[in-house]
Design a protein around this ligand. Sequence first.
Ligand SMILES: Cc1cc2nc3c(=O)[nH]c(=O)nc-3n(C[C@H](O)[C@H](O)[C@H](O)COP(=O)(O)OP(=O)(O)OC[C@H]3O[C@@H](n4cnc5c(N)ncnc54)[C@H](O)[C@@H]3O)c2cc1C
Length: 347
Amino acid sequence: MKTKATTRDNTRTKAGSCRGVWVFADHRNYFQDRVTLQILAKGRDLARDLETEVGVVVLGYGVSEFVMEYVAHGADIVYLIEDQRLAKYNVDIYTTVVCQLVERYRPEILLVGATDFGREFAPRVAKRLTTGLSADCVALEIDPVEKILLQTSPSFEGSVLATIVNSTARPQMATVRPGTFKERKHDHHRKARLIKPQIDLVGGTSRMEVLKVRKQPHRGVDLREAPIVICGGRGMGGKKGFGVLDRLGKLLGAEVGATRPPVSEGWAESDRLIGQTGRAIRPRLLITCGTSGAVQYTTGIQNSEYIIAINKDPDAPIFQSADFGAVGDAHQVLHHLIMRLEKETHG
Ligand SMILES: Cc1cc2nc3c(=O)[nH]c(=O)nc-3n(C[C@H](O)[C@H](O)[C@H](O)COP(=O)(O)OP(=O)(O)OC[C@H]3O[C@@H](n4cnc5c(N)ncnc54)[C@H](O)[C@@H]3O)c2cc1C
């Protein structure tokens, strides 16, 4: 069940003079982590509703190759600071630099990906600028009357989806869950203004030193990118049940995901978890088997194009999220489906 809660933040008033929607660029693993591009796409919708522009803040060293990418994906203005001292993502220095930029250019909205870095960095920026921050947002809209940002995020351990507004302090800040929004098509005809601000990096001293950066090895296809996903819940009954999902996955070219109970039981790996604390997916087709439809799970599947649910309980809430439903034992339904597909594949 979705419940709306609205909170109002009454910190510093400086709303009137602020313009623009800003996106902080997290380009550390550009080709795999698409969250900056996804937020840029959403930023364009917000900027359209506010009749303003989308700016992207790019910090780093040797990062000009990303600038054109961000423009092609929706940025109207690029704020670029290239300096060797920004080569490694250092939360202290990055916070100082972004705060200086915000105070100089006064954006109305600042969006950050809820990556491991973004979760560390955004609260520091918000605290230093005395503004509010909504964490892990799964929806962002502009209020058509008040023209303020409606920031929806799971709250109270995920039992409600709260819509939070920051009516006075600026910028309105939110972190956004990777996979929540869809990136725009690459448009190499787009043009943007490039601004290279002079910023005091000497003031940006850090209590920490980043010694080494190692990329995590990429395991299989990321669920967030998969066009077809089959998700198993507790109703699959065990590892054997997940074996059936793998078999179907191979026939359909699909990735297999899981709700929390199978991950806790060790039937599926933790990187397969879908939902509020796992991946937010947006496949063309999701087949969800033996899942009840808890809000912490449905938060992560709400952007799927088509959902087929299989559950033996006709009253299971998952059917409210589904386009098509099959009431029955998942093992039996999947068995028939696999037999049919194997017959079609192998004749
Ligand atoms: C802070 C917090 C964060 C959370 N984050 C997540 C998260 O990211 N992802 C997540 O998934 N959960 C998360 N949870 C847990 C969530 O609340 C649910 O407990 C969980 O999603 C339930 O998983 P399930 O649907 O597989 O299991 P259940 O709720 O136990 O549902 C099993 C379903 O299977 C059906 N079933 C049983 N046997 C069969 C069969 N043979 N054939 C067909 N159907 C059958 C049953 O009718 C039932 O509807 C979180 C909880 C909290 C408190």
